[in-house]
Design a protein. Structure first.
Length: 505
């Protein structure tokens, strides 16, 4: 007898629909599985055999063949156990074919028949929905995550027996219902009002967040660089449902969803240690997995003590920061991961941290040059804003400061202007403006154009850096609700790119 069911697996950051076919006919007793299978999938044969036996059903003494189609795609993971078991039960005649035909099944089986959670449930259900599938049977622990999508029925099961009984109509199940996305507001345990003084640094941070520009902070130890960076997500626009589902899908595939949270409601903030390798930052490995720059998508990637990172780790970030994506090639396949995050870095101006204050700085001129030389000019070119932090000249607790909520309101107003302007484009922020769109969206009058051309003539500014200055000026103009980029906007943008010249010359 022949039977087929739908299953799914993960390749890179995308889910694929797999059709599982089971055939049982007369012949020598054998159980074969075919379809370009990885070891974990081949091992499903024994897990399925024992799980079905513990259900009280004996395998018939016949030739059993299970095919995972399409056969030219390599199948990875343990999500096929449950659908293989149910396809066999259908082929054995215990389930009608009509009951399993329009249902996608996902889950790993234990030898006792228990159904265990797997990674990437949300991505698999999204892929199934695109194929017109409306009913899904998933592990009970994955059900809240899968039910975040509307228009589909997601049933959570804890055992093969429960899934079998549900399909036969003997065990009633209710579709999972996750709590509404907006019922529980996001909450942070830190606020921008914790930062005393530092007006110019806060201004730079607001501009950077408003246009999603890369930000570099240079200053002495204890001047608030890390403190400010950690608070950047609190002033970023609140996550919409689509963005939230996109981040949740990514973290689900990577197995990094917070315990008990079916959906991510806060923007990611990733701060890898300076010992992180190039692969850890951009992704890769024998079986490619996303790196920190991808896990920070829609949020912040923060590199503290920037010169302490290896040269290789820093230089590998250049292309992802420019193109907003990471391409990892392997034999026969190329994986593409997003890197559309806000890149923020902090560093001391020298190893002791107090240059150019020669009363405190203990470094020699050579040591300072070697320390700063760890940051290459091409990487510096990819920083939209460079700002110098200083020890705040305030009392211990200071006065009242603007809260994150107040700044966030202005940021959301500015980003709304950009979204309206770039409606129909494949980018939403000024920081993402491609070069060929600058003339259209960042028109400069003669005086402003002449002002910028002077920088090119005297060789103090590369063309890439000049384009970034224009993007920042466009954001400053949006913050002031100005359609035109004026010389004042450009001057401020230039000031935020001239601090690095003090150190690198």
């Amino acid at each position: 007898m022949y039977a087929s069911v739908y299953a799914a697996d993960i390749s890179g950051l995308e889910a694929r629909i797999i059709r599982i076919e089971a055939d049982v006919h007369d012949g020598l007793p054998v159980f074969d599985m075919v379809g370009y299978l990885a070891s974990a999938v081949k091992e499903a044969r024994e897990r399925v055999r024992i799980s079905v036996r513990n259900l009280g059903i004996r395998f018939p003494a016949k030739r059993i063949t299970v095919n995972l189609s399409p056969a030219n795609l390599r199948k990875e993971g343990t999500s096929f156990d449950l659908p293989i078991a149910l396809s066999l039960l259908t082929a054995f005649g215990y389930l009608p074919n009509e009951l399993t035909k329009q249902t996608l099944m996902i889950g790993e089986l234990g030898l006792d028949g228990s159904v265990r959670e797997v990674k990437g449930i949300l991505a698999m259900i999204m892929a199934g929905e695109k194929e017109g599938i409306k009913r899904f049977i998933v592990p009970e622990k994955n059900a809240p995550e899968g039910s975040m999508l509307t228009g589909v029925q997601v049933y959570g099961v804890s055992s093969l027996q429960q899934a079998y009984g549900f399909l036969k109509g003997e065990i009633p199940l209710t579709p999972a219902r996750a709590e509404c996305f907006r019922e529980k507001p996001e909450a942070y345990d830190m606020d921008f009002s914790d930062i005393q003084g530092q007006r110019h640094v806060k201004r730079a941070a607001e501009i950077a967040v408003s246009g999603r520009h890369n930000l570099l902070m240079i200053g002495a130890p204890g001047s608030g660089k890390t403190m400010l960076a950690k608070r950047l997500p609190t002033i970023m626009p609140k996550l919409g449902r689509e963005e939230s589902l996109e981040i949740t899908k990514l973290y689900s595939i990577c197995g990094k969803l917070p315990e008990g949270e079916p959906i991510i409601k806060k923007r990611p903030f990733r701060a890898p240690h300076h010992t992180a390798t190039a692969t850890a930052l951009t992704g890769g490995g024998r079986i490619p997995v996303p790196g920190e720059i991808t896990l920070a998508a829609k949020g912040v990637l923060f590199l503290d003590e920037l010169p302490e990172f290896s040269r290789e780790s820093l230089e590998v970030l250049r292309q992802p920061l420019e193109e907003r994506r990471v391409a990892i090639s392997r034999v026969g396949h190329t994986y593409e991961y997003p890197s559309d995050c806000m890149f923020v870095a902090a560093m001391n101006p020298c190893r002791c941290g107090y240059f150019p204050n020669r009363e405190k700085c203990r470094c020699t001129e050579g040591e300072i040059r070697r320390y700063l030389a760890r940051i290459s000019e091409p990487l510096l070119d990819r920083m939209d804003i460079c700002v110098e932090t200083s020890l705040p000249d305030t009392s211990l607790y200071g006065g009242e400061e603007e809260t994150s909520a107040q700044i966030q309101k202005r940021v959301e107003r500015t980003t709304a202007i950009q979204r309206e302007r770039y409606k129909g484009e494949n980018f939403c922020y000024n920081g993402e403006l491609p070069v060929n769109a600058l003339k259209k969206y960042c028109y400069l009058h003669k005086a402003e154009k002449s002002y910028l051309e002077d920088f090119l003539r005297d060789g103090t500014c590369s063309l890439r850096r000049l384009y970034r200055i224009i993007r920042v000026a466009r954001t400053i103009a949006d913050m002031e609700m100005s359609d035109r980029i004026t010389e004042e906007h450009i001057t401020e943008a230039v000031c935020f790119r001239s601090v690095d010249k003090r150190y690198w010359g």
